[in-house]
Design a protein around this ligand. Structure first.
Ligand SMILES: *[C@@H]1O[C@H](CO)[C@@H](O)[C@H](O)[C@H]1NC(C)=O
Length: 414
C-alpha cells in the first residue's frame, strides 16, 4: 500500500516531459513529402519567453533509387499522413535540461520532419511515376526547408531571432552540413537584426565517397543516384556546385565536400568509428533494389561485404586483419575532417570520440558523458557556443585517440 502510494505521488510530481506540437506545411504548395502529403515540423516554446531558436533536422538514412523511394513513401520517412499531433523532444544537444545542455536548454525548439528521401535537398519540379505500384513520387526537400523557415518567420516569432542554432543527427547531420549557410543566409535576408548563428552536425560527416573494404564505391554510387533522381543541384551547397565539374555535382551532397565551402561557424560532433558508417559505408555491399524482399542485412543495418558480417556490425568482433580496415577508416576520417577548410576557419571546431555509436549527440547520457581531453561533449559545445561570435575567440577542437590494433577502445568514457 505504501509503495503504491509513493509510486502514484511520483507520477504526479515528475515534471511532464515537454511535448512538441505539429505544424503541417499544407499552405505551402510544393513543400511535399515523397508521397505528396504536406511537409511538417514540430515546435516547443521555451518555458521562459525567448527569441532564441534551435532548428533540428530529423535523420533516417536515404532512399537510393526510385523503387527504394517508392517503398519509403509509404512510411513516416516519406509521408506525413500518420504524424501524431505531438511528439517528445530529442535529448542531448536538443535537451531542455540545463544540466545536460547548458548551451541550448532555454531555446525554442523546432524539429523538422524528414520525409523527402534526400536530406532536404531535392528540387524536382515534376513527379516520378512508379508503374508497378501506381505511385507518384515528389522530391521536394529543398522546398520543405524553405517553407519551414518561411513559416517560422511569419507565424512563430522567428522574425525576432537573436540566436539561431542549427543541428540534427545522421541524415539530419548531413542536412546540417549541406544547409548551414543556406539557413543562415535565408533567415538573414528576411529579418532586420543581426543574430548569433552556428551549426552542430551530429554523426553526419559520412565518408560517402570512400570505397568499402573490398575497394568498391558502393555508397558514392548510391548517393549519386539519389542526387540525380531528386534533382538536388539547387538544394545543396551552392559554393560547392559553383566550384565542381557538373559530373561531380553529386559529391556536393556529401559532408566532406560541403565542408570545404561552409562559411558559417560549425562545430562537428561525431565518432571517428561511427556504427552506421561501419556497416553502411566501410563494409557496405550493393543492394539489389529490384529484389528488396530478399535484402539481407547480416550486420544489422546494411548488406555486408563478404567476410565482414560480424566486424561491420561491431568492430569489437573484427579479427586481427580486419581491424586494420577500422584503424585506417578512422585515420581517413580524422585527416579528411581536420584538413578541410571549413573546419579550420574561425569559430569552428569539432568534438570527435572513438565510441562505436551513432547519434550520441542527441542522447543525454552520451552528450553529458563522453569525454575528450577531460571535457564532456556537452561542455565542449557550450564552450564553443559561448565563444562563438566573439572577435578573436579561439575554438578548441577535441580529438580523441582512435581504436588500437588489438581492437580495444582507447576512450574509457565510451
Ligand atoms: C532541376 O533543377 C534545376 C535547378 O537546378 C531546374 O532549373 C530544373 O528545372 C529542374 N528540373 C526538373 C525536371 O525539375
Amino acid at each position: 500500500m505504501k509503495l503504491a502510494t509513493s509510486v502514484i505521488s511520483l507520477l504526479f510530481l515528475a515534471p511532464a516531459s515537454a511535448k512538441m506540437d505539429l505544424r503541417l506545411l499544407d499552405k505551402y504548395e510544393g513543400a511535399t513529402c515523397l508521397d505528396g502529403t504536406a511537409g511538417a515540423y514540430y515546435i516547443e516554446y521555451a518555458k521562459t519567453s525567448t527569441k532564441k531558436y534551435q532548428l533540428f533536422f530529423e535523420g533516417g538514412g536515404w532512399c537510393y533509387n526510385d523503387k527504394d523511394c517508392a517503398n519509403r513513401a509509404t512510411g513516416d520517412l516519406g509521408s506525413s499522413k500518420n504524424y501524431p499531433s505531438q511528439i517528445d523532444m530529442a535529448g542531448g544537444v536538443a535537451s531542455a535540461n540545463c544540466n545536460i545542455n547548458p548551451a541550448f536548454c532555454d531555446f525554442n525548439k523546432v524539429y523538422m520532419k524528414y520525409c523527402d528521401g534526400n536530406s532536404f535537398s531535392g528540387a524536382l519540379d515534376s513527379t516520378v511515376h512508379i508503374e508497378e505500384t501506381d505511385q507518384d513520387l515528389h522530391f521536394r526537400g529543398h522546398y520543405i526547408l524553405e517553407a519551414v523557415l518561411t513559416d517560422l518567420i511569419a507565424n512563430e516569432g522567428m522574425d525576432q531571432v537573436t540566436e539561431l542554432s542549427l543541428t540534427g543527427c545522421s541524415a539530419g547531420g548531413l542536412s546540417t552540413f549541406l544547409h548551414s549557410d543556406y539557413v543562415h543566409d535565408f533567415v538573414s535576408s528576411k529579418v532586420s537584426q543581426d543574430f548569433k548563428y552556428g551549426a552542430t552536425p551530429i554523426s553526419g560527416f559520412f565518408l560517402m565517397d570512400r570505397q568499402n573494404v573490398h575497394d568498391e564505391f558502393v555508397m558514392s554510387a548510391q548517393m549519386k543516384t539519389i542526387f540525380e533522381l531528386s534533382n538536388a543541384t539547387i538544394g545543396v551547397h551552392q559554393g560547392c556546385i559553383e566550384n565542381t565539374d557538373s559530373e561531380n555535382h553529386y559529391k556536393c551532397n556529401t559532408a566532406p565536400e560541403a565542408l570545404k565551402y561552409i562559411e558559417q561557424p560549425i562545430f562537428v560532433l561525431d565518432s571517428s568509428m561511427d556504427s552506421w558508417q561501419s556497416g553502411c559505408i566501410m563494409t557496405n555491399k550493393a543492394i539489389d533494389y529490384d529484389n528488396t524482399a530478399t535484402r539481407d542485412m547480416p550486420n544489422g543495418l546494411c548488406s555486408a561485404a563478404e567476410g565482414f558480417e560480424d566486424c561491420g556490425g561491431n568492430v569489437e568482433n573484427c579479427d586481427d586483419e580486419q581491424i586494420y580496415s577500422v584503424v585506417e577508416y578512422q585515420g581517413s576520417f580524422v585527416r579528411l575532417l581536420t584538413n578541410t577548410a571549413g573546419y579550420k576557419k574561425e569559430n569552428s571546431g569539432a568534438f570527435i570520440y572513438p565510441c562505436f555509436t551513432h547519434c550520441a549527440g542527441q542522447d543525454d547520457n552520451s552528450f553529458a558523458g563522453f569525454t575528450v581531453d577531460g571535457v564532456t561533449m556537452s561542455a565542449a559545445v557550450n564552450n564553443w557556443w559561448q565563444g562563438n561570435g566573439i572577435d578573436g575567440a579561439v575554438t578548441k577542437s577535441y580529438l580523441s585517440q582512435i581504436y588500437n590494433l588489438d581492437s580495444s577502445n582507447p576512450n574509457p568514457t565510451c
